[in-house]
Design a protein around this ligand. Structure first.
Ligand code: ADP
Ligand code: ZN
Length: 727
C-alpha cells in the first residue's frame, strides 16, 4: 500500500486535506507493523490514527474502548462517512449482537469497537482467531494504569490478545500527560519496541482566563448570555451546586441541565444526550462529566469552583474546542475555595496522600494567583517550555494588569505587623492586622491593647478586604512570611525588613477583573452569521431525523466553511474540509439548496483568506516549513547534537527524532546522508529498496535481517525521494 493511498482516503472518506501533527507518522509506524504509543492532547485527532489505516488495511481493526456511549458515537460518525464499522457491548440485545457477529464472520467490517471485558471472554477470544485481525488499537490507554485517574482492571488483560494473535501491531492512544502513566502503558501492554509519539500539550485555540469569584451564578449568567447560541460546561465542586446553578440558569432563560454521579442513570443519560444534541446549551457538572464526551463544539468551560489540581484543570478545560475553533476557559477564583479544599484535605487519612494533595492544591492556587502567562504556567507543569513571551491567548497576555505604586501602603502594613510583634510577640493573622490598620476596636484589640499602637487606624482610607488582599500579595512576593498552621499567622520576612529599611518602591498589580475586549482568536473561521444559523438549523433537522448528534452530520468547522465559501455545486462542496464522498451524497443536496435559497435573498459576504491556523498546532503547508516539533529537532541537529542526544534532551524516542529529520529532508532540507549511514549501508538499502513502493518497511527490514534500523531505512528513503525529485 502506498503512502499516497492514505492521503487520498483522508480526503475521500473524511474530507480532510491534510494531516494534523503526528497523525501521519503514527499511521506510518503502525502500517509498518510496529507497536506505537500516541500521546496527543484532546482534540488532536487521535481517532483518525487508527481509523484511516483501518481503511487501507486488509482485515479487521479491533478498537478497545472503555465507554459504551463513546463507542456508539464513534461508530455513528464513521457510518456517516461511509465506513463499515460496528461495535459490540452490553447495550445490544442478543439478536442484534448475533447479527453483528455474523457480519464479522463474513468479513463485512473494517473496524470493530469493543469493551475490554467482552474482548476477554473466552468465546470472544475464540472468535477473534477466526476473523482476520489486522491491528489492535487501545483507546484511552491510560485506563490500564493504576496511576491514572480512570483505572480499569480489565485493561490489564489486554496483553493476552497479543499473545493470542502475535503478529498484529498494537497502537495505544491517550491524552494523559503524566510520565508515570505513559511508562505503565508500555509495560502493561507488553508493547514490543514501541515507537512513542508525544505531541505538544498546548491547545492554541483555547483562551485561559482567571477572574476573582464574586457571585459565581451571576458571573456564569453574564458569561453565557454573551454567547447564547453556544455550548458550554460549568464545573462545580458539589452535586448540589450543579443542580442549584442549573436551576438558576434555567430561571434566567438558559437551557441548562445538571450532571453528576448521583443522578439516576436515566436522567443522567437524558441530560448528557440533550447536551450532545445541542438542545441543552449548558451542562452544570461535577468532574464525573468528562471522559467520553466527544462533543467537538464545546465553546467554553467554566470552573465555578477551584479544581483540586492542575492536571484536572487541564483535562477539564481540554474538553473545550476539540474542533479547533476558538474556545474559552474561565476559572472563578476565590481564597475561600482554597480554604474549603484545604479542609477536605485534612480529612485524607493517609499522610503521604495528604501531602501530595496539598502540594497539588498549592500549585493550582499558584497558577490562579500568579501574575504571569497562564499557558506558560500550564505547559510548564507538564514540563513543556513555551517558546514565545506573549502567548496571545490568556488574560495576562491579552490584558496585562495595571501596575501601581503601593510603597506607602506596603510600609503601613509591614510596620503594623512589626509593631504588633514588638508589642508582645503575638502571632496574629492577616485578618487581625487588617482590623488594626482600619482602626477596629474588637475584643482582642482592646485586650491586647493594639488600639494603642501607632499603626492603629493608619489604613482607615481603605476597607479591610483591601488590606487582607494586599497582605496576600506581599506573601507571594516574600515580604511577609506565613506560618503553615490551620489559621496562618504572619511575620515580616528578612526581605520585608530590608524593603522597609531601604524604603524601596514596591510596584503591585491590580486585582483580577473580567476582561472586556475581544481579541482575534487562533483558529477562528469568520463566516456569514445569518447563513451559519440557517445551516445549523438544517443540520439539527437532518441529525434528528437520523437520531444522531448534529456533529455527526457536519462539524461546526464544516458549517462555517459552507457559510463563507458559499459552495454552489458538488465539486465545490467536496473542496470544503469535512465533506467526504458519503456525506456529500447524503447531505450535499440539502445544504446546496439551503445555500442557494440564502443567496437568492442575500448577497454573499467577502472574507479575508484564513491564516493557516484553523487546527491545533497546524502542520504548515508547502515545502520548507516544518511543524514546530520537527523544527526544534532540526535546529538541535544542525547545532551538532546526535540523534541519541536530541532524543534524550527532548524525552522523545530516537525513532521520533529520525522521523523529524526524515520530514525535514522531505521538506527539502539538504542533510548529509553520511551523518546517518555509511556508504556500505547505503548500498544495501539501495538494493533492498530498489523498485519497492509499499509504505511498510517491515519486509525490507526483515530482508536485511534487522542489520539496518527502521530509522535509517526511513531516512534513506526520504533522501532518495528528494534526490529523485531534484534530479
Ligand atoms: P482526540 O481523540 O484526540 O481528542 P478526535 O479524534 O476526537 O480527537 O478529533 C478531534 C476533531 O478533529 C474531530 O472533530 C475530528 O474529525 C477532527 N480531525 C481529526 N483529524 C483531522 C484532520 N487531519 N483534519 C481536520 N480535522 C481533523
Ligand atoms: Zn499567556
Amino acid at each position: 500500500m502506498s503512502l499516497q493511498l492514505l492521503s487520498s482516503r483522508l480526503k475521500q472518506t473524511f474530507g480532510y486535506d491534510e494531516f494534523r501533527p503526528l497523525q501521519r507518522e503514527i499511521m506510518e509506524a503502525s502500517l509498518e507493523g510496529r507497536d506505537a504509543v500516541a500521546i496527543l492532547p484532546t482534540g488532536a485527532g487521535k481517532s483518525l490514527c487508527y481509523q484511516l489505516p483501518a481503511l487501507v488495511r486488509d482485515g479487521l481493526t479491533v478498537v478497545v474502548s472503555p465507554l459504551i456511549a463513546l463507542m456508539k458515537d464513534q461508530v455513528d460518525q464513521l457510518e456517516a462517512s461511509g465506513v463499515a464499522a460496528t461495535f459490540l457491548n452490553s447495550s445490544l440485545d442478543g439478536a442484534e449482537a448475533r447479527r453483528r457477529l455474523d457480519g464479522l464472520d463474513a468479513g463485512e467490517y473494517q473496524l470493530l469497537y469493543v469493551a475490554p471485558e467482552r474482548l476477554m471472554l473466552p468465546d470472544f477470544l475464540a472468535c477473534l482467531k477466526g476473523w482476520k485481525i489486522a491491528a489492535l488499537a487501545v483507546d484511552e490507554a491510560h485506563c490500564i494504569s493504576e496511576w491514572g485517574h480512570d483505572f480499569r482492571p480489565e485493561y490489564r488483560r489486554l496483553k493476552e490478545v497479543r499473545q493470542l494473535i502475535p503478529d498484529i501491531p498494537v497502537l495505544a492512544l491517550t491524552a494523559t500527560a503524566t510520565e508515570l502513566v505513559r511508562e505503565d502503558i508500555v509495560k502493561q501492554l507488553e508493547l514490543r519496541d514501541p515507537e512513542v509519539f508525544l505531541a505538544s500539550f498546548n491547545r492554541p485555540n483555547l483562551k485561559y482566563q482567571v477572574v476573582a469569584k464574586s457571585g459565581a451564578a451571576a458571573q456564569v449568567c453574564n458569561f453565557a448570555s454573551a454567547r447564547p447560541e453556544e455550548s458550554g460546561i460549568v464545573y462545580c465542586q458539589s452535586r448540589k451546586s450543579t443542580e442549584a446553578l442549573a436551576a438558576t440558569l434555567r430561571a434566567q432563560g438558559f437551557s441548562a441541565v445538571a450532571y453528576h454521579a448521583g443522578l439516576d442513570p436515566a436522567e443522567r443519560a437524558k441530560n448528557q444526550d440533550a447536551f450532545l444534541r445541542d438542545e441543552a446549551k449548558i451542562v452544570c457538572a461535577t468532574v464525573a462529566f468528562g471522559m467520553g464526551i466527544n462533543k467537538p463544539n464545546v465553546r467554553y468551560v467554566i470552573h465555578a469552583d477551584l479544581p483540586k489540581n492542575i492536571e484536572g484543570y487541564y483535562q477539564e478545560t481540554g474538553r473545550a474546542g476539540r474542533d479547533g475553533l476558538p474556545a474559552d476557559c474561565l476559572l472563578l477564583f476565590s481564597r475561600g475555595d482554597v480554604m474549603k479544599l484545604l479542609k477536605f484535605l485534612e480529612e485524607i487519612p493517609d499522610e503521604q496522600a495528604r501531602n501530595v494533595a496539598h502540594r497539588q492544591l498549592d500549585q493550582m492556587t499558584h497558577f490562579a494567583e500568579n501574575d504571569a502567562c497562564r499557558r506558560i504556567g500550564l505547559l510548564g507543569y507538564f514540563g513543556e517550555i513555551w517558546p514565545a513571551e506573549n502567548c496571545g491567548g490568556c488574560d495576562h497576555c491579552l490584558h496585562p494588569r495595571e501596575k501601581w505604586d503601593a510603597t506607602t501602603d506596603v510600609q503601613k502594613l509591614l510596620s503594623c505587623v512589626l509593631r504588633i510583634r514588638q508589642a508582645g510577640n503575638f502571632s496574629v493573622g492577616l485578618n487581625h492586622v487588617s482590623e488594626v490598620l482600619t482602626g477596629g476596636l474588637s475584643e482582642k484589640i482592646l485586650r491586647w491593647k493594639h488600639d494603642a499602637l501607632t499603626t492603629h487606624g493608619i489604613g482607615k482610607d481603605q476597607p479591610r478586604p483591601y488590606w487582607v488582599d494586599l497582605g496576600r500579595q506581599l506573601q507571594r512576593l516574600g515580604l511577609l512570611a506565613a506560618s503553615a498552621d490551620k489559621f496562618p499567622t504572619v511575620s515580616v520576612s528578612q526581605l520585608g525588613i530590608d524593603t522597609l529599611k531601604k524604603r524601596e518602591t514596591v510596584m503591585l498589580t491590580r486585582a483580577l477583573s473580567m476582561p472586556k475586549a475581544k481579541a482575534v482568536r487562533t483558529g477562528d473561521i469568520p463566516c456569514d452569521p445569518g447563513l451559519f444559523e440557517k445551516l445549523r438549523a438544517l443540520r439539527k433537522e437532518l441529525a434528528d431525523a437520523r437520531n444522531v448528534p448534529p456533529y455527526v452530520v457536519f462539524s461546526d468547522v464544516t458549517v462555517r466553511h459552507f457559510s463563507r465559501d458559499y459552495p454552489r455545486d458538488a465539486a465545490a462542496l467536496l473542496r470544503i474540509p469535512g465533506v467526504g464522498e458519503k456525506k456529500r451524497e447524503d447531505y450535499g443536496e440539502a445544504f446546496l439548496a439551503a445555500i442557494h435559497d440564502w443567496l437568492s435573498e442575500n448577497p454573499p459576504q467577502e472574507f479575508a483568506p484564513l491564516a493557516p491556523a484553523a487546527a491545533p498546532d497546524p502542520k504548515p503547508r508547502g515545502p520548507g516549513i516544518l511543524n514546530s516539533t520537527a523544527q526544534l529537532t532540526l535546529e538541535l541537529w544542525k547545532s551538532g547534537n546526535s540523534i541519541a542526544q536530541i532524543a534524550e534532551t527532548r524525552s522523545l524516542a530516537e525513532t521520533t527524532i529520525e522521523n523529524h529529520l526524515a520530514q525535514a529532508i522531505e521538506n527539502g532540507e539538504p542533510l548529509d546522508p553520511r551523518a546517518f549511514y555509511t556508504a556500505a549501508e547505503e548500498q544495501q538499502m539501495q538494493a533492498a529498496l530498489d523498485g519497492y513502493d509499499e509504505a511498510s518497511l517491515k519486509p525490507v527490514f526483515e530482508q536485511l535481517e534487522g542489520r539496518i534500523s527502521y530509522g535509517k531505512l526511513r531516512l534513506f528513503r526520504a533522501i532518495s525521494a528528494r534526490l529523485e525529485t531534484a534530479g
